[in-house]
Design a protein around this ligand. Structure first.
Ligand code: GLU
Length: 475
């Protein structure tokens, strides 16, 4: 198989686009085919270099690699539509010569009233056929577009969609649609068909918003005597409130926002693959399994709703299951942001913190926020925690613990033993000793086990923090 993802570089990579890319990519990888990235940059006002880069960055982050396309080249290039204009012109000429297309000289102003009328009557606008049979430009008119020349309005046009099943439309709904603008820029359906054919695409998987365009596209395949590819139209992704997940309203629609929020690309892929595709009741599906199992027949026709909590849950699964070294590498930029300079600390300390905090974090950002006290010079103690825990009664316990901690080997086990021993000799529960230490060294009342926390904060820093707390505690 040869499949493609054909984004228009007019904004960031939308989560729906990422899913389209992912499904195509999985299909190509599963069946040993090729995944082609084609850039549909025909909207010259809205297409930007920055958007293109943003899309490539997002695909790279997700590790969705393409076999042909920008930066890669390939035997079917160029892979930018604006570099293929000659081909669009050539085929248009051929179709005109064969009587399957025609030049239309109608101006937008001339057609506008008809469009308005159709809108009023709540029906689709249809080109009235004014220029269909012209042999030469009407006097005084030079600007033209090329329109497809419908050969018949009888019968039905149908195709079998890999996701939606059989879909049909009466030919009477079709019209002489515009293929090519006067400046040589193709309209979507025209450029798309030529490229899909010329790039030997065997299956077109794209969003359901393109189902309707498939009909004129099929007519063009017919007119050119070309075999159409298979089609798979993917359901929409909806926002939690049932609206379309839109770029403007929902931050989650932007793939790269998830990177900034500390989501792992593996988790995002896993989340996205389940929006529309399933494999039994499996929730955690690593990419190797997706490749082994994915096919369009298991893609559902109904829209999936975005569920942020579920994404966080999955991210937690991946934080726990991936090697500590990998999570640490991924984490360093987030750590740097919250605790500048911290990534320069000994690797063993940083990995130790990752080991402690990953069961308690849903994102890399959360983990970096919680980790602050491991790397700071001193801590600011939360007022409530101070009032509740660093009381006059706690003072002798913290003081005794401080004495003994200073003598102890700085290892989790030895430090836990100190806490236990201080508690036993004072005849109190371990919490009565551990909690004041915790508040003193972390600034708050929650942290991992006290021994491991102390070990990773380090001896000198821990003792300094305890001393600082003791100095402020009421006697
Ligand atoms: N450029 C179109 C889009 O971004 C591609 C549609 C298609 O895959 O045919 O929606």
């Amino acid at each position: 198989p040869r499949v493609r993802f054909a984004p228009s570089p007019t904004g960031f990579l939308h989560i729906g686009g990422a899913r389209t890319a992912l499904f195509n990519w999985l299909y190509a990888r599963r069946y040993g085919g090729a995944f082609i990235l084609r850039i549909e940059d025909t909207d010259q006002k809205r297409s930007t270099e920055a958007s293109l880069q943003a899309i490539l960055d997002a695909l790279n982050w997700l590790k969705i690699d393409w076999d042909e396309g920008p930066q890669k080249g390939g035997p079917y290039g160029p892979y930018f539509q604006t570099q293929r204009l000659e081909r669009y012109a050539e085929v248009a000429e051929q179709l005109i010569a064969e009587g399957k297309a025609f030049r239309c000289y109608c101006t937008p102003e001339e057609l506008e009233p008809l469009r308005k009328q159709a809108e009023k009557e709540k029906r689709a606008f249809k080109y009235p056929g004014t220029c269909r049979e012209l042999k030469a430009p009407p006097p005084g008119k030079t600007r033209s577009v090329v329109r497809f020349k419908l050969q018949s309005t009888e019968g039905t046009i149908r195709f079998k969609d890999r996701v939606l099943g059989e879909i049909a439309k009466p030919m009477s709904d079709m019209d002489d649609w515009v293929m090519l603008r006067g400046d040589g820029i193709p309209l979507y359906s025209y450029g798309c068909v030529l490229d899909d054919h010329d790039m030997a695409i065997t299956l077109v998987a794209r969003g359901q918003e393109h189902v309707n365009s498939t009909f004129p596209q099929l007519l063009l395949y017919q007119a050119l005597g070309w075999e159409p590819p298979e089609f798979a139209h993917l359901p929409l992704i909806l926002a939690p409130n049932g609206e379309k997940l839109s770029k403007r309203k929902h931050a989650d629609a932007d793939v790269m926002n998830h990177k900034h929020a500390g989501i792992l690309p593996e988790a995002l892929l896993n989340y996205v693959v389940r929006l529309g595709w399933s494999h039994g009741n499996d929730e955690v599906i690593p990419v190797e399994k997706m490749i082994e199992w994915f096919d369009f027949d298991a893609v559902g026709a109904t829209s999936g709703k975005w569920d942020h909590e579920k994404l966080l849950w999955l991210n937690q699964q991946y934080l726990m299951s991936m090697p500590v070294e990998t999570i640490t590498d991924r984490w360093l930029p987030y750590l740097e942001e919250k605790s500048p300079g911290a990534p320069a600390r000994p690797r063993a300390q940083i990995e130790g913190v990752v080991r402690l905090l990953r069961p308690r974090s849903r994102t890399l950002v959360e983990m970096a926020e919680t980790a602050r006290y491991f790397f700071s010079d001193g801590v600011t103690i939360d007022e409530k925690a101070f009032a509740k825990v660093l009381t006059p009664e706690a003072r002798p316990l913290l003081s005794a613990a401080r004495e003994q901690l200073a003598q102890a080997t700085w290892s989790t086990q030895a430090l836990d033993a100190v806490v236990k021993q201080v508690a036993e000799s004072a005849g109190v529960g371990m919490g009565k000793v551990a909690q004041p230490i915790r508040v003193a060294v972390t600034g708050g009342t929650t942290s991992p086990g006290i021994g491991e926390t102390l070990e990773l904060i380090g001896r000198d820093e821990s003792l300094r923090r305890i001393d600082a707390a003791l100095a402020k505690m009421p006697a």
